[in-house]
Write a protein of this length. Structure first.
Lengths: 111, 113
């Protein structure tokens, strides 16, 4: 079976740092993705990890531990516009490369 | 790169009617995906095309749903005899084999009344 867990909601203050965790149990693994989704809009690609370690991209970083089935998305210097849902998705180790999504973490950034 | 485009963006239909959504992927992308998303949930996989071949279909895709990609470019998703439970955002995404990024369109919102 497939199971991807993320916290439902998080709150943080403008300028702070927040870490959104994701744990997964899937039948196969060929990469983990993070997407940002503002209300009523489509998901926007943020990051991709396939090897263990940290990938940094500006204010956003993503970490992966395949042995632990664990990833996190780190957002630094939070801005009000970062208020959105953050979706963790695992790409299955099949030829079809489909993504399996978690339910998403709704982040609210307050002044 | 014009992005993935979907049409219509919003559709309100009466229960029992048929609806069709169109997706134009990024031009060089040979892989195309349809997902469905309801409020408070992550996107759920519906079906996948590689070029014109439909290679995988989710159990969520009942026999009222059909998807095509006749020439390996644009795709259509048709829902027949719509039900209120079909109300959702239908997302199309595309990718190519060389890159590790799947790009989503803006989505097509369906409301069945």
């Amino acid at each position: 079976g497939q199971n991807i867990d993320q916290p439902t909601e998080m709150t943080a203050t403008e300028g702070a740092i927040v870490q959104i965790n994701c744990t997964y149990q899937t039948s196969g693994f060929n990469g983990l993705f993070w997407y940002q989704q503002h209300a009523g809009e489509a998901p926007t690609f943020l990051s991709y990890n396939v090897l263990d370690g940290l990938e940094e991209k500006g204010r956003f970083s993503s970490f992966l531990s395949r042995s632990k089935g664990y990833s996190y998305l780190l957002l630094k210097e939070l801005q009000m516009k970062d208020s959105a849902s953050y979706l963790c998705a695992v790409r299955e180790d099949t030829g079809f490369q489909k993504l399996v999504f978690g339910t998403g973490t709704r982040l609210l950034v307050s002044p | 790169d014009t992005g993935v485009s979907q049409d219509p963006r919003h559709k309100i239909t009466k229960r029992g009617q048929n609806v069709t959504f169109r997706c134009d992927p990024i031009s060089e992308h040979n892989r195309l995906y349809w997902y469905r998303q309801t409020l408070g949930q992550g996107p759920e996989f519906l079906t996948y095309f590689q070029n014109e071949a439909q290679l995988e279909k989710s159990r969520l895709l009942s026999d009222r749903f059909s998807a095509e990609r006749p020439k390996g470019s644009f795709s259509t998703l048709e829902i027949q005899r719509t039900e209120q439970g079909d109300s959702a955002m239908y997302l199309c995404a595309s990718s190519d084999q060389a890159r590790n990024t799947i790009y989503f369109g803006e989505g097509s919102w369906l409301t069945v009344v």
